[in-house]
Design a protein around this ligand. Structure first.
Ligand code: XAI
Ligand code: FES
Ligand code: MG
Length: 562
């Protein structure tokens, strides 16, 4: 196979003279038409710290590709800033942006017959969006993470943007004054990079490193450090080699490598969003992956890292402690990683991890020794029951007991729920239900970070449950269950819950249940009416029509499985 295996339809032959004429204008010379054309999908944007450092990285990638004998072509992809749109109607576009990013990368790479693609992303949806496109197109591809933000600092205490969300809850509960609230706001985000705890962006970048689609150590580097730039240039070179060897995403993204990624997500205490995104990535790669597979892996993988949101440290601390390769080596040694999976360099995981020490350094306490994990089993539990017959995702780190039975406090939107929490109308023992926030109903599954942070800030993290057909931020913890499926908008049982119904969340029993008889639920179902759609035109309306259940990854191309 030639290096320009796809682009030759654009660059070779008499008929393509006009195509070459245009390529000459963007810098191609006589010797360049037989080189591979490599897309650089840059998510650069000045709307969010997560993406504002990407343009210089795209230039590094470009240089690396050129030096290795490829012809780089930069194009832009969009982003939403979850942290900035959080809590607003705009957040409904966040998950939508995942699919827009995937579609845009596919559109450009296939439209231009590119021979490979290097995508650089920052904010949460950039990662799964790019990986969905890579798996779908199956042209040689590599993902570069724009890098994590450094922690903010206030009087010696490390801060992230989630500290600021929690400060709102503390302030509303009368626990801190306005001066402290403002001081947290001023110091939480010190510069470029994606949110710093093991939140969604860092979870997804770590998972891609584990899956073999990013270079080792790259996912925990800070956006601001020079090693990030150097590593991005190297990534360009590695991708050109992958094109030469015809190494494709689906050689790397397999059932086994996705299991590796999920094991690492558990070990680092990652975001619930990873469940949704990996179901979608698996779908694009033609890999069979079910919600229950997360439960199987959770049962055997301990949480090894002490990272925020519920732990103490941020991603740059993890980097210093040995990063994802150190975590992977420990999992590999204990039979929890498939060592023969390929990585983008063409080497296997086991080969790449050879030099990594078996145990983490005793001089740090970010990665715990195998004998003393944070939690003996993983933290993302799949719950089922009459409230979630297709399933739901619970995060059970940072709380004393992942079990609660209490009266339902029902809200048909995130705003209504937050208002009640901040007005101190929610008390210990309550189980909050936030519904009509699902993939179709929201649409777009907003992240309930403001309500869950307000609960934590009010000191109710252990005593108030929250269930939703929406999503959570990676910054969320507490007795929380999201992705409840089927969602309220399609008539799932969550739509039938009434104020004061008794609800049980029991992560040990993997149960999510409304303690109401089947007969009563049937009566309520017969009386239920589907609400009018919130949007009838534009992107959100299109999305609501196409999107699948969250239990299948909320994908928008379900009918065309590969
Ligand atoms: C704002 C955050 C922390 O980035 C959140 O959106 C997440 O999912 O982690
Ligand atoms: S807002 Fe972009 S990573 Fe958190
Ligand atoms: Mg997010």
């Amino acid at each position: 196979m030639s290096e320009n295996w796809r682009s030759k339809v654009v660059t070779e032959g008499v008929q393509r003279s006009p195509n070459r004429a245009m390529l000459r204008a963007v810098g191609f010379g006589d010797g360049d038409f037989s080189k591979p054309i490599v897309g650089v999908a840059s998510a650069h944007s000045t709307i969010t710290p997560c993406n504002m450092g990407i343009a210089p990285l795209a230039a590094e990638a470009e240089a690396g590709i050129r030096l290795a004998g490829g012809m780089p072509q930069i194009f832009g992809t969009i982003t939403i800033s979850d942290g900035i749109s959080m809590g607003t109607e705009g957040m409904k576009y966040s998950l939508v942006s995942r699919d827009v990013i995937a579609d845009s990368i596919e559109t450009v790479c296939n439209g231009q017959s590119m021979d490979g693609v290097l995508a650089i992303g920052g904010c949460d949806k950039n990662m799964p969006g790019a990986m969905i496109a890579m798996a779908r197109m199956n042209i040689p591809a590599l993902f570069v993470y724009g890098g994590t933000i450094k922690p903010g600092n206030l009087a010696g205490e490390d801060l992230t943007v989630v500290s600021s969300f929690e400060a709102v809850g503390q302030y509303s509960a009368g626990k801190i004054d306005e001066a402290r609230l403002t001081a947290v706001e001023r110091n939480a985000c010190p510069g470029a990079g994606s949110c710093g705890g093991m939140f969604t962006a860092n979870t997804m970048s770590s998972a891609f490193e584990a899956m073999g689609m990013s270079l080792m150590y790259s996912s925990t580097m800070s956006a601001a450090d020079s090693e990030k730039a150097e590593n991005t240039a190297l990534a360009g070179k590695v991708l050109v080699e992958a094109i030469r060897h015809n190494l494709r995403p689906r050689d790397i993204i397999t059932r086994q490598s996705i299991e590796n990624a999920i094991a690492v997500i558990m070990a680092v205490g990652g975001s619930t969003n990873a469940v949704l995104h990996f179901l979608a990535i698996a779908h694009s790669a033609g890999v069979d992956l079910k919600l229950d597979d997360f439960e199987t892996i959770r049962a055997r993988v301990p949480v090894l890292c002490d990272l925020k949101p519920s732990g103490r440290y941020v991603a740059t601390d993890l980097h210093r402690a040995g990063g994802i390769p150190q975590v992977m080596k420990m999992l590999l040694n204990h039979g929890l990683l498939h060592g023969d999976c390929l990585t983008i360099t063409g080497e296997t995981i086991a080969e790449r991890l050879k030099q990594v020490p078996d145990e983490p350094s005793p001089d740090q306490d970010i990665i715990r020794p195998w004998s003393n994990p944070m939690y003996a089993t993983g933290h993302l539990a799949i719950l089922k029951g009459n409230l979630a017959t297709e399933g739901a995702v619970a995060k059970i780190t940072g709380i004393k007991k992942a079990q609660i039975t209490g009266p339902a406090r029902v809200f048909d939107s995130e705003e209504a729920c937050l208002e009640a929490i901040l007005a101190r109308k929610i008390v210990a023992g309550d189980v909050i239900v936030v519904r009509y926030e699902g993939p179709k109903g929201g649409p777009g599954m907003r992240e309930m970070l403001a309500p869950t942070s307000a609960i934590i800030g009010a000191g109710l993290g252990d005593s108030v449950g929250l269930i939703t057909d929406g999503r959570f931020s990676g910054g969320t913890y507490g007795v929380v269950v999201g992705h409840v499926a089927p969602e309220a908008y399609v008539g799932g049982a969550i739509a039938l819950v009434q104020e004061n119904d008794s609800i049980t969340i029991d992560a040990a029993a993997r149960l999510l249940q409304v303690n109401v008889s089947d007969e009563e639920l049937a009566l309520r179902r017969a009386a239920w009416q589907k609400p009018k759609p919130r949007y009838t035109s534009g992107v959100l309306a299109k999305y609501a029509t196409l999107v699948s259940s969250s239990s299948l990854g909320a994908v928008t191309d379900l009918h065309v499985s590969p």
